[in-house]
Design a binder for this molecule. Structure first.
Ligand code: ADP
Length: 480
């Protein structure tokens, strides 16, 4: 089975969040099932520079008035197609924002072009001798693909649309529609029109044959006004085509027994060897040495991630004898509040701003617990990395966090299945209570070690979820 996966980021070439990890890891998990995935991504500078051997396999004379090429490359088994279109993708800054953090004004065109290219490739006319059986698109940036396919020559090829975060919808003013090269009827309720605007995600959700999201709980939550962000009605009308499949992790990249980015390797039977990782963190974050738990946070600094709640509980963590280290960037006010806490509690709270993949590995390897107080969380990956590294997750009971962590309540502890702490309501007080529970468990070394080993043994690989994608794909091809 041949899949064309279309995404705006892919690990290890370009990553701003969990989307890249998933797009980068799923193909390898599907391959033992006889599924061959080719992943189409934009030719950002980072992508073109990192791919050494590229071969031109196709071209467009005119993609929104601009010529473009399709390059093929292999990256450690990841079969990539790159849309080389410098006028849209050769930019300083990130994949979505310029160097000053502002959205590129032509993002609608940049990602409509990616979607249109995908639809043409799906029709089999661009890459000679290759045509996918199914097209799988991710998030709003690629959501117009099934819409272009519906009105183009690949209308009969089945499509899957995965929602990694429904908060990002790709909504633009109505004037944009004229530039999308879609027929007038596409500007309607059944397609991309959304309260008079153009909404890319809506178009994809209306037209894809199947819709997935990244955890079963989030699949339920997005049917409600609180989490559906306006699209709950549409999703309810597509209930029979909606499924939640929890993300796995790349168990080779995230393996404490072989991770080259940490100070000392360890396994569930050698937890004491986490020590050098802890010491490396104390040094990196300027922490005083001590016995209390080190809490870490690796996150975008946003309201969604509950980072305002975190800022409210720093004093409590320090008062109880704990340490807090934060790696993140995002909202400047939240960044400021956390930096203020770090200077208030020098030696006890440390912060590194920015994006730092190697440091994120060391933090999982050397901290005792990872705090994830998200107000909503489609799946979340950092709690899965925490499980694998013996860094006990403390999570808000929502979305994928609720689905992947077993709470250390009496029942969970006595059945020896608990892997972390869940809390609700997602408020500063809710988080405070959870932190107190963490301290109690941490002070009972046997309980704590069991939580760590239980987490490290839990299956966070892609194996089970890959099977769910396989049966979804097979069903769409009538082979289910
Ligand atoms: P989201 O995609 O909503 O940001 P996820 O938990 O699904 O959240 O994925 C976040 C990914 O990005 C994880 O791989 C996490 O380790 C990584 N990450 C987040 N912030 C940083 C950072 N500042 N530095 C390094 N990695 C980060």
């Amino acid at each position: 089975m041949n899949i064309l996966s279309v995404a705006s980021e892919v690990y290890p070439l370009v990553k701003t969040g969990g989307l890249a990890d998933v797009v980068g890891a799923l193909p390898a998990a599907l391959s033992p099932h006889g599924i061959r995935t080719r992943t189409l991504v934009p030719g950002y500078p980072a992508v073109l520079q990192k791919l050494k051997k590229k071969k031109k396999v196709g071209s467009f004379a005119n993609l929104f008035g601009i010529p473009a090429s399709v390059l093929a490359a292999d990256l450690d088994g990841l079969d990539l197609l790159v849309l080389d279109l410098p006028a849209l993708y050769d930019r300083d800054g990130g994949p979505y924002v310029d160097a000053t953090g502002r959205d590129y004004v032509d993002n609608f065109r940049r990602f409509a072009a990616l979607s249109l290219a995908a639809a043409e490739i799906a029709a089999g006319d661009v890459v000679a001798g290759w045509k996918p059986d199914i097209v799988h698109v991710h998030d709003w940036q690629t959501a117009l693909t099934p819409v272009y396919m519906r009105f183009g020559r690949a209308a009969s090829t089945p499509t899957v649309m995965t929602i990694h975060n429904i908060a990002f919808q790709g909504q633009f003013g109505p004037a944009v529609f004229a530039e999308l090269a879609l027929p007038p009827e596409a500007f309607s309720m059944q397609f991309v029109e959304y309260y008079g605007d153009v909404c890319f995600l809506k178009g994809g959700l209306q037209t894809a044959n199947a819709i997935t999201t990244v955890s079963p709980s989030y699949a339920q939550e997005i049917l409600t006004p609180e989490f559906g962000m306006g699209l709950e009605g549409l999703l309810k009308s597509r209930l029979s085509d909606l499924v939640g499949i929890v993300n796995g992790i790349d168990a080779d990249v995230w393996n404490p027994a072989s991770d080259p980015l940490i100070a000392q390797h360890f396994s569930p039977t050698t937890l004491k060897q986490r020590g050098p990782n802890r010491r490396a963190l104390e040094e990196r974050f300027g922490l005083e040495q001590g016995n209390g738990p080190i809490f870490c946070v690796i996150s975008r600094l946003t309201w969604q991630k509950g980072m305002d709640l975190l800022a409210e509980v720093t004093d409590e963590i320090v008062a109880m004898g704990g340490k807090l280290i934060v790696l993140g960037s995002g909202d400047t006010a939240l960044e400021g509040a956390l930096l203020a806490a770090a200077s208030r509690h020098r030696g006890h709270v440390g912060m590194v701003t920015g994006y730092n993949e190697p440091l994120s590995h060391l933090m999982q390897a050397g901290s005792d617990a990872i705090l994830i107080p998200s107000r909503f969380e489609p799946c979340g990956l950092t709690q899965l990395y925490g499980l694998r590294y013996g860094c006990v997750p403390v999570v808000a009971r929502t979305g994928g966090l609720a689905d992947t962590i077993i709470d250390a309540n009496e029942a969970g502890l006595s059945a020896k299945v608990a892997t972390g702490f869940q809390f609700t309501p997602v408020t500063a007080d809710g988080l405070r209570l959870a932190i107190r529970r963490v301290f109690r468990a941490y002070n009972e070394p046997k309980v704590w070690a069991r939580l760590q080993t239980q987490g490290m043994k839990s299956d966070v690989s892609w194996a089970r979820s890959a099977e769910r994608y396989v049966s979804l794909y097979s069903g769409l091809l009538g082979k289910g």
